[in-house]
Design a protein around this ligand. Sequence first.
Ligand SMILES: [Zn+2]
Length: 112
Amino acid sequence: MDAKGVAEELAAAARQAGGKSKIAVMRIEIGELATISVPALAREIASLLPGTSVDISEKKAKVQCECGFCGRPQIGMRMESGEPDFSCPRCKKKYPQATEGDSVELKDIGLE
Ligand SMILES: [Zn+2]
């Protein structure tokens, strides 16, 4: 996912929800497995909506692995590029299919 594109989508959704009011805060939920750089996303939003603070929370991920495991993956450090590093805790296979926590969503906005 491209931080700029995602930021533009989120800002458009926030503007639409806020109407003519100034948006004080945007609450964004980022999945643990979303392929995005969180600092880059925050920077892009700050340039699109100056003065709006961004409250970012993380959504826990779930995966469905070929070995039959279904649940929370083992997650390593998110890389600088935003690529998450995750694997199946049972069979250690890298990058099992994500069923939850791989997207970025605007949860709520607060108006001034
Ligand atoms: Zn597995």
